[in-house]
Design a protein around this ligand. Structure first.
Ligand code: 13P
Length: 258
């Protein structure tokens, strides 16, 4: 019922894959397949920085939107190797993945930097896809809810109720990413509902009902329908399966029909 209040979003996260010619070919293959999703759900490809300009040009005039995979929190300055939010918006990028568990695990990302990046993205007019999720041992120690509540509070610190409507939350249990171990429909629903309850505490139920919450972690053409049918799962953040146009499209169509 409340699902009608928010937009379903299927986003590919290409991670560190695809050269520019490969990116162009993949997007050319995806575009006609997902054209029927226009006006029904949002379709996004989050691609490496080097592919952004190619991706924006290739998808111009289509219903495929482009996202980056990270963004720095300063607007400019002496931050060798970093990319700012204004640099992304100037390119025509609309979304950005923030706080992916791979960045938290391998690149020292913390809730504090996730929060700073989120605020910087919003200030520049980018829509952040903020990733949260528990480690396997945190789940085994039965502290999933504590971990998620903490991430939501810290990552969204000082984000206003007006701004949070432009934020997408991606629930990605770390143990399910790239492992083929997908969360069950019930496990994913349980945590996505918990995330919405946390948003309701911070912003009120009406605002929480309008926020898109995605599931991510080994979502594929076979398991997507059950996950996307859950009342609090409004889309997916797709890694491996987003690198094949046909597989990605099956997930998009499941969301269109769901
Ligand atoms: P996989 O779909 O490859 O498990 O990756 C999920 C993910 O990390 C999306 O951001």
């Amino acid at each position: 019922m409340n699902k009608a209040k928010r937009k379903a979003i299927i986003a590919g996260n290409w991670k560190m894959n695809n050269t520019r010619p490969e990116a162009k070919a993949l997007l050319e293959a995806i575009k006609p397949l997902v054209a029927n999703a226009e006006g029904k759900i949002e379709v996004i490809a989050c691609v490496p920085f080097t592919n952004l300009e190619t991706a924006v040009n290739t998808t111009a005039g289509s219903n495929v939107k482009i996202g980056a995979e990270n963004v720095h929190f300063e607007e400019k300055g002496a931050f060798t190797g970093e990319i700012s939010a204004p640099m992304l918006t100037e390119l025509g990028v609309e979304y950005v993945v923030i706080g992916h568990s791979e960045r938290r695990q391998y690149f020292g990302e913390t809730d504090e930097t996730v929060n700073k990046r989120t605020l910087a993205a919003l200030k520049a007019g980018l829509k952040p896809i903020v990733c949260v999720g528990e480690l396997l041992w945190e789940r085994e120690c039965n502290i999933t809810e504590e971990v998620i509540a903490r991430q939501i509070k810290l990552d969204l610190w000082s984000v206003t109720a007006e701004q949070v409507k432009d934020v997408v939350i991606a629930y990605e249990p770390v143990w399910a990413i790239g492992t083929g171990k997908v969360a069950t429909d019930e496990q994913a629903q349980e945590v996505c509902a918990f995330i919405r309850a946390q948003l309701a505490k911070l912003y009120g139920q009406d605002v929480a009902d309008a926020v898109t919450i995605q599931y991510g972690g080994s979502m594929n053409a076979k398991n997507c329908a059950g996950l996307l049918a859950q009342p609090d799962i409004d889309g997916g953040l797709i890694g491996g399966a987003s690198l094949k146009a046909e597989d990605f499209n099956v997930i998009v169509q499941a969301a269109v029909n769901g």
